[in-house]
Design a protein around this ligand. Structure first.
Ligand code: ADP
Length: 789
């Protein structure tokens, strides 16, 4: 089976049959051709054998019949002579030669077979021999000797000595007895061989079939049917039967046995099939033969008819293979075209029903299934498309709603912060006026509640932003060192206020150029650092950054550790603090403020950055927060990655005396009259000169007209907002070649990302409303000092 398969593949490869169409055409043709050829060969072989056998049998039958006829002929002629030997005229005591002669003459005249009849006397001398020479002694001849023994005799073919025409004859003899049964002589009759020719010619058949007799010497006794032709060709002389030898091959064949059939080349040099048989009691052989060509003529005719049929069949195969192809290959081609159309997204393609109807059952099923599938896919695709469209509409609506919600929250936050700024600021101012202890308490509670409210608003806004927006991380290249330093700068003011030292340390081998979302990373850090500062009364807060592992090429896992010497967290609260609205001790809220949302936000963000956050803590000793993130590795441009980086701000709480109060020119850009009033009040007892611009446009104009040492810039304002105003000022400074004037964003936008946005626009620091007097003064002192140095 395997060999057959390999042969099939080889033939296909050799003939380049690689399409179903060519395969079907070729093999369809071959399936007809091969059996036909095989059948034809078998038929031809058997038919040939059969024809030869039949011919040989026919020939055998014929020569058997002929033999009988010849035997009969011999018997009849012998009987004639025997009758003569019994003539009374011969039996008489005294021989009446004349009477005998007359009688013989009479006999000879009455027929023409016998060429001579002679009476031979006892002494073997011919006595009555009409038309022959009498008185010849023939006592030496076998027929005499046989007769003397009382036996009849038939000679071989003889050329009659006395015969006038020299025709070959067969001599018959019979003894003559007297009345006493004594040998008296014999009668001889020479029969012309031509009479046997007549018999032989009866058995000529077809146009090449003949029978003839040959004697022991291989000489042809009877006349060849083709004597004329032979004479004409110079092969034989007229009437040369006895000197015409049968060729060696024929002789060899026929002398092999008494009877038989054989194929051989005959005396005329023709291929023949012949049958031969020795005559009974004679040495002669009778041969019947016919040329092979004649025998095979009918066979060839049959074969020709068969070949024609075969060719017709072959031609008929062509349309047959075409029909087969239509039934098999065409639907398959249509199926392929259909599959192609489907791949191209066209599901409307179907195999035509007319084609399916004429296909074979398997392909019919295949086509029907294909059509069913295509229809199914088409309807399902349509349904899907409809659903997708509906989903897109719904998604767009949801997105729009979400944007609106975020916008609403941002606006709300801003709107709440602005009055809160005034409330808290005024509360602070109120606290500086002489108050009764009871009033002082009320003011403190009111301020604490205000601050809590502010934190709550910040955190809720942040969390809802994360949860609503399903935040995705940016993938920007950033510098870890800068990000850490910036973060620490943000915490700096709070640390300074509490007199806590802030260390940061980036371990050697930590890559500095990273790819990730620095804003989100800073947000987590700010949360942890702010908490650390918030829950630490004395001591220090440290931030340590190191590379923990390299999860895969191009990525690093960083470990951030924020350690403080604060109040610590009890063991049973270490887990829950990462959940929303969870605080260790509710009383903390009053003392430290906070919403219990910061760590929950941090956890979400860390997980978003494929990291983990956890805490170790000891009550009264301090807490250590750990978190990991996975970030991409950027292109290191300096050797910085291999160096460690340490920062340290040792902060003593600055006293008002410590601040060198210069008579600085300060520009406050603020559209809210309440806030303008608040800042004016904060700076009332300072040497600072405050100028106010109601919006960004006025601020830019003022800035260009006058020299300021410091600018407080609100961000959301009519006409020109703080971002644009800052950018315009920065550009103008650059054009004029002026040194940068510190611009501090003073805004109700409290989110970390807002801080980064303001810094991007050109601000040096970001203070959020409501602002405390101390923070405002510290900031002025800080930037003024920096500016003066
Ligand atoms: P918030 O600080 O606004 O209350 P957080 O989610 O940031 O909310 O913190 C939850 C609680 O975890 C805090 O209220 C506090 O009890 C505890 N906590 C957080 N950080 C520290 C820290 N560094 N030291 C002691 N307690 C902490």
């Amino acid at each position: 089976m395997q060999v057959l398969g390999r042969l099939f593949n080889c033939i296909n490869a050799l003939l380049g049959l690689n399409t179903l169409k060519s395969l079907l055409r070729f093999w369809g043709f071959m399936l007809v051709l091969l059996p036909c050829i095989t059948l034809m060969l078998i038929f031809t072989y058997y038919e040939l054998q059969n024809t030869k056998r039949e011919s040989a049998e026919n020939l055998e039958q014929m020569i058997t019949m002929q033999q009988d006829t010849i035997d009969k002929w011999f018997h009849e002629r012998a009987a004639v002579i025997r009758d003569m030997a019994n003539w009374p005229v011969l039996k008489a005591e005294t021989e009446d030669i004349e009477s005998i002669d007359a009688r013989i003459r009479q006999f000879l005249q009455s027929q023409d077979e016998f060429s001579a009849v002679i009476y031979v006397n006892k002494a073997g001398v011919t006595v009555a021999a009409p038309f022959a020479t009498p008185g010849i002694d023939i006592s030496d001849r076998p027929y005499y000797q046989k007769a003397a023994q009382g036996q009849e005799y038939i000679s071989d073919v003889l050329t009659a000595r006395g015969a006038a025409d020299g025709q070959p004859v067969v001599v018959f003899s019979a003894p003559v007895f007297d009345e006493h049964r004594q040998f008296k002589g014999l009668m001889l009759g020479a029969v012309k061989l031509a009479t046997i020719d007549k018999i032989m010619k009866q058995f000529q058949f077809g146009h090449t079939g003949e029978t003839y007799l040959i004697n022991q010497q291989g000489l042809m006794i009877t006349e060849s049917r083709f004597i004329g032709q032979l004479v004409k060709n110079g092969v034989a002389k007229d009437n040369t039967r006895l000197s015409f030898p049968i060729n060696g091959e024929t002789l060899q064949v026929v002398s092999q046995g008494k009877t038989g059939t054989a194929a051989y080349t005959n005396y005329r040099g023709q291929e023949v099939i012949g049958a031969y048989r020795q005559l009974i009691n004679r040495d002669w052989i009778i041969i019947g033969e016919v040329e092979k060509g004649e025998i095979l003529e009918s066979f060839y005719r049959q074969i020709s008819i068969m070949l024609i049929c075969f060719l017709v069949l072959m031609l008929a195969t062509l349309p047959l293979t075409m029909v087969l192809e239509k039934r098999l290959a065409t639907p398959i081609r249509r199926l392929i075209a259909g599959a192609d159309a489907m791949r191209a997204g066209d599901y409307s393609y179907r195999v035509e029903q007319s084609l399916i109807d004429v296909s074979v059952s398997e392909i019919k099923t295949l086509c029907n299934v294909f059509n069913y599938m295509a229809e199914n896919i088409r309807t399902k695709t349509e349904t899907l498309n409809d659903a997708n469209q509906a989903l897109t509409v719904a998604r767009d609506a949801a997105l729009a709603a979400s944007v609106a919600k975020s916008q609403f929250l941002a606006n709300m936050s801003h709107e709440i912060r602005t009055p809160l700024n005034a409330i808290l600021g005024m509360g602070e101012l109120l606290g500086e006026t002489p108050l009764t202890p009871e009033q002082e308490k009320y003011v403190r509670v009111s301020r604490s509640a205000g601050e809590n409210l502010l934190n709550l608003i910040n955190d809720i806004l942040d969390l809802s932003k994360i949860e609503l927006g399903h935040p995705t991380l940016n993938k920007n290249e950033f510098d870890l060192f800068i990000a850490v330093e910036e973060t620490c700068q943000i915490i700096l003011l709070q640390a300074q206020q509490k007199g806590i030292a802030l260390h940061w340390h980036i371990k050697p081998e930590t890559p500095s150029r990273l790819i990730g979302d620095p804003v989100r990373l800073q947000q987590v850090l700010i949360n942890l650092l702010a908490n650390a500062v918030k829950f630490t009364e004395a001591g220090e807060v440290t931030l340590e950054v190191s590379q923990r592992s390299q999860p895969e090429a191009g990525f690093v896992e960083l470990l951030f550790v924020v350690r403080d010497t604060g109040i610590g967290i009890p063991q049973d609260k270490l887990g829950p603090i990462f959940e929303r609205f969870t605080q260790v001790d509710a009383s903390d809220t009053r003392k430290y403020g906070g919403t219990g949302l910061g760590l929950a936000i941090a956890k979400r963000l860390v997980e978003l950055m494929e990291g983990r956050i956890w805490v170790e803590s000891m009550l009264g000793v301090g807490s250590t927060f750990y978190f990991t993130v996975i970030v991409g590795q950027g292109n290191e441009t300096t050797e910085a990655a291999h160096l460690s980086c340490t920062g340290f701000i040792a902060c003593q709480q600055p006293t008002p005396e410590a601040i060198r109060q210069e008579p600085l020119n300060i520009l406050l850009v603020e559209d809210s009259a309440d806030n303008q009033l608040l800042i004016e009040a904060y700076l009332k007892k300072t040497p600072y000169k405050l100028d106010i611009a109601d919006n960004g446009q006025i601020a830019v104009e003022k800035f260009m007209a006058r020299q300021y040492d410091l600018v407080f810039m609100d961000m959301q304002m009519p006409v020109l907002d703080g971002y644009q105003a800052t950018r315009t000022i920065r550009n103008w400074e650059q054009e004029q070649g002026r040194t940068r004037t510190p611009i501090i964003a003073l805004t109700a936008y409290a989110l970390q990302e807002d801080g980064i946005k303001t810094r991007d626009s050109g601000c040096d620091a970001h203070l959020t409303k409501p602002i405390k007097k101390r923070v405002l003064l510290d900031a002025i002192a800080h930037f003024a000092r920096r500016n003066l140095m």
